[in-house]
Every structure is written in structure tokens, then in C-alpha cells.
Design a protein around this ligand. Structure first.
Ligand SMILES: [Zn+2]
Length: 416
């Protein structure tokens, strides 16, 4: 077994695969993997390529779980699971996704998005950063162990899922329904990354988008007392609601930037074309990002209470609709096993101090955390996901693969 191997040597094994990795990565990126909602044919062709690749790389346990979806030509949305047995019973998953968003406005790309261009140490292609980089890095990280005959510390499962960009029904949710993951497992979900690879997301804010419709009585602006000004009532309501939620839900957590919950009035719709009419209807929206300590129901009740007060004082009717709601999943503790293991690997490879952090948007770690799995969201990212000229740095892919290799080997690696 690989008892005499140390971290440096294992990292070197990954580095030696650089050209091969880039070649196979580019091959994968040539194969479109867009979901049917966006006019694509799904992940079937890309999955075929990957299944062959992982078998060619020497992995014996490769399973494809297919979710039925009549909207794509193959009728199936494939999910690939690659397993390597470890020296303990613990299961460590790395969950990445095969699908991509569409290429978008072609004229904004400097080169064709499905013809990967390697230039100045970067790979430009749709899906290079989101989520190809993490997928290929996890694969080559694990390959380095196989190549050196190192048994991973935990049972490793690399999961390449379908349907991440459009809701996870045929991907993560499908696998959860099949009982693939267990409560005591640990996971890395590379759904967000900082540019230096130091950030590990352990907690997310809950999200509530609230649609507001204020109904008053329209009238001539020279006789406003004959109507009920929906715009004015909306303005009063907006300020009162914000004042109340900001006061009541005021906890801060330095893991987040910004540290407190955020309550922002956002879209405001036109209420009529002319200046001399008191508007009878005003629509606008709130975007709230709420620390996981607070329930979104309580936040919504506070907003409703403010609406009731304004209805009484103005005579307008205020309709509220919770348009989108994503309750925050339980947090993964900053000193959880997966965070500690990952931090150690990041610090060895990158020479930076890894730091647990929170973000204001949802990640794919949420369903795992709800199941009781400690899940860390980590990658190194150019943060060009969904952009024209999406790209990743080859150095980052290699470094991420090295982090995975060290994470997988764990204590089964000679630390000298
Ligand atoms: Zn994406």
C-alpha cells in the first residue's frame, strides 16, 4: 500500500497528469449537456463520454442511475457514481454536476463556447468553471490514489449529477429519493468558490422574495382626497415593513458578508403613464436574505402585520405573495470533520489559511444538510459561471485535484 508516500509525492502524481487532464476535460466540454427547459438534449452524451473515461482511468465501480425524463431524446437523465472503498466505514461524497446552462449570446464569446480554447493558462468554454472544473478535479484527485495504490481513509463516492441548473429533480433529488446518501456521511459540494480557494461555505441565508400589490382608488391628481393613493400607501408600507424586520431580525454572524440578514426593496413596476393621475395600484417586490436562526414564516408575519397597520391608516388594500421561498438548511459547524479535513488539505496545497464562511444565496449543499450530512461547499473559482467567455485556470484545476487527493488519502498518507 502507499505507506511510504507523503503529501508532496501525491501532489506530484496529480501534477504529472496535467496534460492528460486538460485533454480529457476539453473533450468533455465539447459535448453539450443542456437541460430540456433550455432547449437542450440533457446529459446523456456527456455521461457516455465520462463513463468510458472513468473506466479507462481504471475505476472498477462505476454505476449509472437514470431518472426518466420524456422531454429529452434518450428519455433518461443519467447520474454517475464512482466508488472507491476506504479503510473506514465512513462515506465521503463529492457531488458535482454534468449539465451546463446554455451558451447564451454567441456574439459575446471571443471563441465558440463548445470548442474549448486554452489560452494563457485558462480554459475558455461553457461549463469549464460551472461545474466542469470541480468534476474533473475530483476525478483526477481520486485517480492519483488509485495510481499509487493508496487506500482512501473513507469510502469515496464521486457523484456526477444531472439537472443541477434547472432544479435538481433528475439529479440530486432523484439520488436522495433512491437512498444513495446516509445521515452520517460527509460531503463536499463544489457549488461556490473563492478566487484563492480559501473559502469553505458552511452556512447559507434563507431566501424570501415577496411580491407586494397595493390597491387604492385612482383619481385625478388635483383632488387626491377623492381617491386612495396606492403609491403613497406602498411607500409608507415599504418603510414600515423594513423598519420592523430590520429591528426584530437583527442578529449578525461574522461568517457572512454582509454579516446581518438583508431586507431589500427591489423591483418596482410602473403604475400608470401620466403625471396627473393618483395611481390606484402599485406593485413592487422585496428580496430578503435571512440568517438561518430565523424562520421565514416569522419574517413574513412581521411584514403582514405592517401591511395590516398601513391598510388601517390609509384605506388601501395590501396583497402579499411569497413568490419564492428557500428556507436555510441547518448549518455545517465550522469545526465539523469535513471542514477540518478539507482545511488541512487546502492549507498544504495552497499555502493559504482556509476559512469557513456563509453566503447569501442557496447552494446544492442544502438538501444534504437537511438530511443531516455535514457538507462543505468549496472550490477555487474564477467566478465566471454562466458568463460569456466562462473560464477556469488550469493551475486551479490541478490545485483543486491535489486538494481532493490529500482529502481522500487523509491519515492514510505519510505526513513526513
Ligand atoms: Zn450554474
Amino acid at each position: 500500500m502507499g505507506d511510504s508516500m507523503n503529501a508532496k509525492e501525491l501532489m506530484q502524481t496529480v501534477a504529472e497528469d496535467r496534460d492528460e487532464l486538460v485533454g480529457n476535460f476539453c473533450e468533455m466540454l465539447r459535448i453539450s449537456a443542456v437541460g430540456p427547459e433550455s432547449g437542450g438534449e440533457g446529459e446523456t452524451e456527456r455521461a457516455k463520454y465520462l463513463t468510458k473515461l472513468v473506466r479507462d482511468l481504471g475505476f472498477k465501480s462505476v454505476e449509472v442511475l437514470e431518472s426518466r425524463d420524456p422531454r429529452v431524446p434518450s428519455g433518461k437523465r443519467p447520474n454517475i457514481i464512482i466508488r472507491l472503498r476506504g479503510s473506514s466505514d465512513r462515506n465521503l461524497w463529492v457531488v458535482t454536476h454534468m449539465d451546463t446552462v446554455p451558451v447564451g449570446d454567441l456574439s459575446a464569446w471571443k471563441s465558440p463556447p463548445l470548442e474549448p480554447r486554452v489560452e494563457e493558462g485558462r480554459i475558455f468554454a461553457r461549463g469549464s468553471e460551472d461545474n466542469g472544473q470541480a468534476l474533473i478535479a475530483s476525478l483526477y484527485g481520486l485517480k492519483a490514489l488509485v495510481k499509487n495504490g493508496i487506500t482512501p481513509e473513507c469510502n469515496i463516492g464521486l457523484v456526477f449529477v444531472a439537472d443541477e441548473e434547472m432544479g435538481n429533480v433528475h439529479g440530486i433529488d432523484f439520488l436522495l429519493s433512491k437512498g444513495v446518501f446516509r445521515k452520517d456521511d460527509i460531503a463536499v459540494v463544489p457549488d461556490h468558490g473563492e478566487k484563492d480557494g480559501s473559502g469553505i461555505v458552511v452556512v447559507e441565508k434563507g431566501i424570501a422574495w415577496i411580491e407586494v400589490e397595493v390597491v387604492g382608488v385612482q383619481t385625478h391628481a388635483s383632488t387626491p382626497e377623492k381617491g386612495v393613493n396606492a403609491f403613497e400607501a406602498a411607500a409608507r408600507f415599504m418603510l414600515l415593513a423594513l423598519e420592523r424586520v430590520r429591528k426584530r431580525f437583527d442578529l449578525c454572524d461574522p461568517l457572512f458578508d454582509p454579516p446581518c440578514s438583508t431586507f431589500a426593496p427591489t423591483r418596482c413596476e410602473a403604475n400608470g403613464p401620466n403625471v396627473n393621475t393618483v395611481p390606484g395600484r402599485q406593485r413592487f417586490a422585496f428580496d430578503f436574505r435571512v440568517l438561518p436562526e430565523y424562520g421565514l414564516d416569522d419574517v413574513f408575519s412581521e411584514v403582514r402585520a405592517a401591511a395590516n397597520d398601513i391598510e388601517k391608516s390609509t384605506g388601501a388594500k395590501i396583497n402579499l405573495k411569497l413568490d419564492q421561498r428557500a428556507d436555510a438548511a441547518p448549518r455545517t459547524k465550522s469545526d465539523a470533520e469535513i471542514v477540518r479535513r478539507l482545511s488541512t488539505a487546502i492549507e498544504v496545497v495552497r499555502g493559504v489559511k482556509a476559512r469557513p464562511m456563509g453566503i447569501g444565496g442557496g447552494t446544492c449543499a442544502a438538501p444534504f444538510r437537511r438530511l443531516g450530512i455535514q457538507a462543505a461547499v468549496w472550490s477555487t473559482s474564477t467566478q465566471t459561471a454562466h458568463d460569456a467567455n466562462e473560464n477556469c485556470k488550469v493551475d486551479d484545476v490541478i490545485a483543486d485535484a491535489q486538494v481532493y487527493a490529500l482529502l481522500f488519502a487523509g491519515d492514510n498518507l505519510d505526513r513526513n
